[in-house]
Design a protein around this ligand. Structure first.
Ligand SMILES: C[C@@H](O)C(=O)SC[C@H](NC(=O)CC[C@H](N)C(=O)O)C(=O)NCC(=O)O
Ligand code: ZN
Length: 371
């Protein structure tokens, strides 16, 4: 039952099929409820259930309603009619139009996975300076790595980061393709001041974005990952606003994310003065859910990927139909649709035309993982 690495990986995502360090790794272990299937390992410590919260500019949390994106999914699952989502997905797919399925599927951005060299320093910065909370932690000594999940609300409704610390590895190459994580706050200047007091690195002072009107600032986390602070009027339902990745061909990327991922093009801005175009892709309104921000710099078709950034995990009601849609759109499937050995969490993984990886996870299996 044990996978090649001796671990039985769990769901959401498997770090690159061949990790940058050249070995197959799995990055997931089940939380308490499923650990019984596995060799003894430290069980994840569920952080005391945090209710759905929102970030005020002073970094405080206050209760916020469960985001709209999660309600239908949670309602369907909690109705205890597991067949409903599949029946609906199968019905959509029965029209043999997997692209239509990709658009009708109950999809949600779940988390982004990347590697950090100092977990405690990163946790401190994300909680004290950026106002995140830890939602899950797990240490896998057999595999010599630790995971920590952080975000602005519970994983049943909010997008989170999944940090991976590999024992003894304190430095990664972020590459030139990763852009930034975008965090929406009510007062960028106030948040920047707080970050300065905490000794954080501000690389771009608050002010209107060049060529636009939004008030932004940039700060660097302990590993050098860029965080864009974006000013937004409250209440901010999902402070984790963006994952920005650079692409070598904007039309190709937009078409791919529409057809293969079933995302909507929410906004596209061309800034000829600054010689770049951005496109916001996602499953819900830009000010209510995490979006994928694609950036095309005029004339730049290639970027380096480094070994730091991993992938984005997205929820789906049917990994099999999702895999068909990915293949039909020309995606390179890196992990065929199906259950993970021993744990039955169903996933499918693929690369986009620029080589950015996404793992799709069965929605019901994902919720079980959070139990
Ligand atoms: C919409 C908002 O979320 C943005 O991220 S736009 C910010 C803007 N982006 C770019 O310039 C993209 C092109 C750049 N060459 C890159 O590859 O990152 C930005 O960073 N502006 C800087 C500023 O000082 O305004
Ligand atoms: Zn951005």
């Amino acid at each position: 039952m044990a996978a090649a690495t001796g671990c039985v990986p769990l769901c959401c995502h498997i770090r690159s099929a061949v990790s940058p360090v050249g070995k197959n790794v799995c990055s997931h272990r089940p939380t308490r409820s499923i650990a019984a299937f596995l060799p003894a390992t430290k069980r994840s410590k569920q952080v005391a259930g945090c209710s759905s919260l929102r970030l005020t500019s002073s970094g405080l949390f206050s209760p916020a309603p469960v985001s709209k994106a999660a309600q239908p999914l949670l309602a369907r699952v909690s109705r205890g009619s597991p067949g409903a989502p599949r029946a609906m997905a199968a019905e959509a797919a029965s029209g043999s139009d997997v692209e239509a399925f990709a658009k009708s599927d109950a999809r949600r951005m779940l988390h982004v996975v990347y590697r950090v060299g100092n977990l405690e320093a990163t946790k401190k910065f994300y909680t004290e300076a950026l106002g995140m909370q830890v939602t899950r932690e797990r240490d896998i000594p057999e595999e010599k790595y630790t995971n920590c999940f952080l975000g602005y609300g519970p994983e049943t409704s909010n997008f989170v980061v999944e940090l991976t610390y590999n024992y003894g590895k304190d430095k990664y190459d972020i590459g030139s393709g990763f852009g930034h994580f975008g965090i929406a706050v009510e007062d960028v200047a106030k948040t920047v001041e707080k970050i300065k007091v905490l000794g954080g690195t501000v690389t771009r002072e608050p002010g209107p974005v060049k060529g636009g009107r939004s008030i932004i600032a940039f700060v660097k986390d302990p590993d050098g990952y860029m965080f864009e602070l974006i000013q937004r009027a409250g209440p901010i339902k999902e402070p984790f606003a963006q994952v920005m990745l650079r692409v070598g061909d904007m039309d190709r990327a937009i078409e791919f994310y529409e057809k293969a991922h079933g995302m909507k093009l929410l906004r596209k801005s061309d800034r000829p003065e600054q010689k770049y175009t951005i496109a916001m892709m996602g499953y819900g309104p830009e000010d209510e859910s995490t979006v994928l921000e694609l950036t095309y710099n005029y004339g730049v078709t290639e970027y380096t990927k480094g070994d730091a950034y991993g992938q984005i995990a997205i929820g789906t009601d049917d990994v099999y139909k999702t895999g068909e849609a990915l293949r039909a759109a020309g995606a390179k499937i890196t992990r065929e649709a199906g259950p993970l050995p021993g744990l039955n969490t169903k996933i499918v993984a693929a690369l986009d035309p620029d080589g950015w990886k996404t793992v799709f996870v069965d929605n019901e299996d994902f919720l079980k993982e959070l139990e």
